[in-house]
Design a protein. Structure first.
Length: 367
């Protein structure tokens, strides 16, 4: 293996793979990336046994092909710290990867490529075409509500449900729920769903941008594969049945509150300074065209503010975890938000007046 590549090309590829490389590994080879070289390109692959990412970059000069594995972080740090526009010469010398530039020579140990575990690809039932912008939207607007190391393992991921020309993403940690639907570029023939693990969804979120570039998703019974702009990401799915989220979304008679999103968020930030460290609770008291927000703590400190809003309906006295509310408000990009109350002891529904495909449910806090 002997080739030349620009610093920018190799660093871009290594950056894309580093999120999959585990910092603490029981198997030393999982700290390495697989390097494969042919006449025109360098393919870099990383895996943690649960997921795998492969990305291809263009080389500037080819001497000979081959493959090996090298420590991901050392290789990335070394290449990243080189001056911009540096041409890097990489070649194998026995068990060592030699890296040379105009001004320096470096020597990194390798492990045999035959020992590098390759992901078993399954036959996908459906191929899904979606714009990068739509995929990024449903991930960023919902994934924050996923469970984190919950004993109910099926909550520690993002549920994707695909039907006809629509994809729906749902996340819940049993205290709040986030849901958004988006349109596909073309309809699929067969409905399919799956739960993508938390770490994998975060990696996919980094890969997708705000462009309308096409993303191909292959969703199978046990794995998901995503291909975008020359990078392929594959992950196992979480086994188990996702809760019936439609039952969690409150319905029936409700009282609607419409409030300025920015004013509401700023008010919550100020009042919650005096909330309990443990529960981070804020209390709402609704009256006609008025919302009272208050908080207190065991030190008997308290704060309250009154906000003007549009509200007609029964008086509601209810409390919520302020962090859950602020995370939702940070994803909504409209000037106003709508909160539907279904009673003082029931979950509320938060929606964006300009986007009917986005829904958030927050359970009340018992203070």
């Amino acid at each position: 293996m002997d080739f030349y590549i620009s610093k920018e090309e190799v660093v871009k590829s290594l950056n894309a793979t580093l999120g999959v490389v585990e910092k603490r590994q029981t198997l030393p080879i999982l700290s390495n990336v697989l390097l494969e070289v042919d006449e025109s390109s360098l393919k870099i692959t990383a895996t943690d046994l649960e997921s795998e990412i492969s990305t291809t970059s263009t080389i500037s000069n080819f001497k000979s092909g081959g493959k090996t594995t090298a420590p991901a972080r050392k290789l990335n740090d070394l290449c990243r710290l080189l001056p911009d526009l540096t041409e890097i010469h990489l070649f194998l010398d026995g068990d060592n990867l030699k890296i040379e530039t105009e001004s320096g020579k470096y020597n990194i140990s390798t492990l045999p490529s035959e020992d590098f575990p390759i992901f078993e690809l399954e036959e996908a039932k459906s191929q899904i075409n979606i714009s990068s912008k739509n995929l990024k939207s449903i991930i960023s607007n919902t994934s924050f509500a996923m469970g984190n190391q919950d004993w109910r393992h099926y909550l520690n991921g993002l549920y994707l449900s695909v039907d006809d020309k629509s994809i729906t993403a749902v996340a819940t940690d049993a205290h709040r729920l986030a849901l958004e639907s988006a349109t596909l570029n073309e309809a699929i023939s067969e409905s399919i769903d799956g739960i993508v693990p938390r770490k994998s969804i975060n990696e996919i979120g980094k890969l997708v941008g705000d462009e309308s570039e096409n993303v191909v998703i292959k969703l199978g019974q046990t794995s998901i594969a995503i291909n975008i702009a020359g990078t392929t990401f594959v992950s196992k799915l979480i086994e188990g049945k996702f809760p019936d989220y439609e039952q969690v979304i409150p319905s029936g008679e409700s009282s609607l509150l419409v409030v300025d999103r920015k004013m509401f968020s700023e008010s919550l930030s100020r009042v919650s300074v005096l909330s309990s460290e443990k529960y981070k609770g804020v209390k709402f008291l609704t009256k006609e065209n008025s919302l009272n927000i208050s908080a207190n703590n065991p030190e008997k400190e308290q704060g309250e503010e009154n906000l003007a809003c549009e509200y007609k309906g029964e008086e509601i006295d209810i409390a919520f975890n302020v962090n859950y509310l602020q995370e939702i408000l940070s994803t909504i990009n409209s000037d106003k938000i709508e909160i539907s109350f279904f009673g003082s002891d029931k979950s509320c529904l938060i929606t964006n007046p300009t986007n009917n495909d986005l829904k958030y449910v927050v359970m009340p806090l018992l203070i």
